[in-house]
Every structure is written in structure tokens, then in C-alpha cells.
Design a protein around this ligand. Structure first.
Ligand SMILES: [Zn+2]
Length: 404
């Protein structure tokens, strides 16, 4: 984009690209052609869940998906007629690569909190994740999506999206699992790995089978500790998003493998246990993690009341996303550990998103906004895609994702 080469003033807080010292983390991303919009890598979308549980045909433009829900008078979900994500809208703004989830909560018996949605058993949750996987496969067959499973496929789709983005390129995705309730046994994790699963967040909201998640208190369960060992054996990335504080620290004590946080904001800016404390962020930085900023309005501004607040009245905007990204950069002293993981289809739509975002295509506003905050062009590229790609290069270069 033209805007990103614009530099303003002397208040520069940029860090530039480090000299190439052999560490892939410090290697610059390939230069995109100047006339193209910037490649965007979104590390958290629940596409499969939206297709199956919201019954959305994501191969259609957002406008059409909204219109279908409005014309049918649907009101079973709060975000009916207000969705922001679809594959054509992603392509339109060069959101060419994403991490896409399988997600299905399922805790048997009384341990499932009544206030949380979910399936009645882990077996049902497993079946739902398999249905979501089946939808991803159908999208692949239709040429709408393509799965990234190793360095070769990563480089192929980064190259295609950098050099010749078009309306016809498949959106490339890395398969992840948000909350592992559905993993019935270690054998099931191995099967999911064979199907392309490359990152796992062991918990979601509340207590889960493998540990404690958002807004609950407690550590990992004994099978949670076993799950981590099996993930490590397979070379699966640990996603620390949603871990309770106790589970977070316990997991990191046990874990010496690749770790990221696909969609997590900063407690220093919006005080809630769902967000990371500065101490947690610093530990993740020390381990070479990348932290994706989430776009859910309540995680961006402190005064948000779910179901009551509106983007108009609170003024929540993409500027607040940048505040969270910037906070991570300030703690790191560089732009190597922050990025985006929007979660824009995570059970909410426009009613709970930044007011200056109509669809996911508006992510393309971000490069210019970072430039206005005095981020150097090379740093903007890291935040928009380079840090995630560098993380995967580093991880899969070492462990060889497809070798298992
Ligand atoms: Zn989430």
C-alpha cells in the first residue's frame, strides 16, 4: 500500500528489522509488490463452527449471508444479519492465510457449568469437530480453501498470496483446535494430527476436561498433563489462549515446545482474567511466542457491557486493536511478538466489533493505521503476517511438521 511507506515526524518508536544472524525470527519477509495490498494472516477464525452451527455458506459474500438471515427473520443467534466474515471478503482484502478452528465443547455430567453452551458428552463434541473438518475438506475440494500442514505448503501459499493474489486463490488455513474436550484419547489426537491439526488450545471457557479455562480457577487435570506430552510428541503448537492463570503457568512449566496465543489481549488495558497480565506476556515473549490481538469489543475497551453497549456509543474502533498490539510491542521492545487473531466470527458480529470495521475486508485499513502510529514498513509487515509466518518457519523447520 502507498500509505505504509509514509513516515511521519520524529517521534519514531520503530525498531526495524534486525540483522540476519541466522535466526529465522530475524529474517525479513519477502517484499510484496508495492502496488498490492498487504498480505494479512489472521490467526483465529471459527469458520467451521459458523458453517455448521450458524448454517452460513462462507463461500458467499458477507452481504449475501446477512441478507439471507435477515430475509428469513432469523433471531436464534445475537449476530444474525450482522456477520463480518466470509471467504470472498477475505480474498478481497488479501486475508489469504488464517488459522481456522475446530471447536466443540463437551464436558460430561455436572462439571459443565450451566451458563456455558456445549455438547452433553466428549463423544458428541468429537463428532462435531469431525463435521467441521468435513466442511473444511469440502471447501478444499471446491477450491475455496487449501490446508497448510508443513513448510512446503506454507511457503507455497505465502508465495502465491504475496505475488499473485486473486479472487480465485484459495484461502489457505492451518487447522487448530480451540478447547480439547473433544479429544477422547491420545489416539484421537494422533488422528486429528494426521488430518492436519497443528495447534491446540487445551481449554475454552470454564472448567474443561483438560484444565481450567477463561473465568474459572484451577490448574490442568491429570489427563491435561498427558495431553501436553502427546502434543509435544506429535509436534503440535500449544495455544495458551483461554487458559486460566493457574493452568497457564502450570502448562508453561511442563512445556518446552512451540507456544503461541492465537487471540488474546492485554489485562493492563482491559482488566479481565481472559486477558494476559504483563508478566504472562513477558514470559511468552521470552519463549519466542507470537500473540494475536482479538477484535471482540469487550476485550478492547473496559467499559463494554455485553448485549447493551454498542460500537457507536463506546467508540470502540480498530485504534483500540492497535493499542493492544502496541502494548505487546512496548513490553517486547520490538515488533517481533505481536500480530492479529481477530476471532471476528467467534459468536459475535458487527454489534460487538470495532465500529470502523464492516467486514473482515476492513482489516486492510490496519497497515496505514500502524504507519500513522509510526511503525516502520518492515514492522507493519511483521504485525500483519510476518510474525506468524516466521513462527511457523521456525517451528516446522526444527520439528518438521509432516515428518510424524
Ligand atoms: Zn476464543
Amino acid at each position: 500500500m502507498d500509505e505504509i511507506v509514509k513516515r511521519s515526524g520524529d517521534r519514531s518508536t520503530t525498531w526495524g528489522i534486525l540483522a540476519d544472524n541466522g535466526d529465522p525470527a530475524s529474517r525479513p519477509c519477502p517484499e510484496p509488490r508495492a502496488s498490492l495490498p498487504m498480505l494479512i494472516f489472521d490467526a483465529h477464525l471459527d469458520l467451521g463452527m459458523n458453517a455448521l452451527e450458524w448454517n452460513r455458506d462462507l463461500s458467499r459474500p458477507v452481504a449475501e449471508i446477512r441478507e439471507r438471515e435477515i430475509s428469513r427473520g432469523l433471531s436464534d443467534k445475537v449476530d444474525r444479519g450482522k456477520s463480518t466474515v466470509s471467504l470472498p471478503d477475505m480474498r478481497r482484502a488479501q486475508v489469504g492465510i488464517c488459522v481456522a478452528t475446530m471447536i466443540a465443547r463437551g464436558v460430561p455430567g455436572k462439571s459443565m457449568l450451566k451458563s456455558l453452551p456445549g455438547f452433553a458428552s466428549p463423544e458428541i463434541a468429537w463428532a462435531m469437530t469431525q463435521a467441521q473438518l468435513s466442511w473444511y475438506r469440502a471447501m478444499e475440494e471446491a477450491g475455496e480453501m487449501a490446508q497448510i500442514v508443513d513448510l512446503a505448503t506454507l511457503r507455497k501459499y505465502v508465495g502465491l498470496w504475496q505475488s499473485e493474489p486473486s479472487e480465485r486463490l484459495p484461502v489457505a488455513y492451518i487447522l487448530s483446535l480451540e478447547g480439547a474436550d473433544s479429544i477422547l484419547t491420545p489416539r484421537h489426537l494422533e488422528r486429528a494430527y494426521a488430518a492436519g491439526l497443528r495447534a491446540v488450545g487445551p481449554v475454552h471457557y470454564g472448567p474443561g476436561r483438560y484444565g481450567h479455562g477463561t473465568h474459572s480457577t484451577g490448574g490442568l487435570t491429570s489427563i491435561g498433563r498427558e495431553l501436553l506430552a502427546e502434543m509435544r510428541r506429535l509436534g503440535i503448537i500449544l495455544d495458551v489462549t483461554h487458559l486460566s492463570d493457574e493452568s497457564f503457568w502450570e502448562a508453561l512449566e511442563l512445556w518446552d515446545g512451540p507456544v503461541w496465543a492465537s487471540h488474546n489481549n492485554c489485562r493492563a488495558l482491559v482488566d479481565d482474567q481472559r486477558q494476559f497480565s504483563d508478566e504472562q506476556i513477558k514470559e511468552l515473549i521470552r519463549r519466542g511466542a507470537v500473540i494475536g490481538a482479538a477484535f471482540d469489543a469487550w476485550m478492547l475497551v473496559s467499559d463494554w457491557q455485553r448485549g447493551k453497549s454498542t460500537p457507536e456509543e463506546t467508540g470502540v474502533s480498530l485504534r483500540h486493536v492497535i493499542d493492544h498490539v502496541d502494548h505487546v510491542c512496548q513490553l517486547a521492545g520490538n515488533a517481533n511478538h505481536a500480530a492479529i487473531g481477530t476471532d471476528l466470527d467467534g459468536g459475535f458480529g458487527r454489534e460487538q466489533s470495532p465500529g470502523d470495521l464492516d467486514t473482515i475486508a476492513d482489516l486492510q485499513k490496519l497497515p496505514a493505521m500502524f504507519a500513522e502510529r509510526d511503525y516502520a514498513p518492515a514492522d507493519v509487515e511483521k504485525l500483519m503476517h510476518g510474525n506468524w509466518i516466521g513462527f511457523l518457519e521456525r517451528t516446522w523447520g526444527k520439528h518438521g511438521a509432516s515428518a510424524k
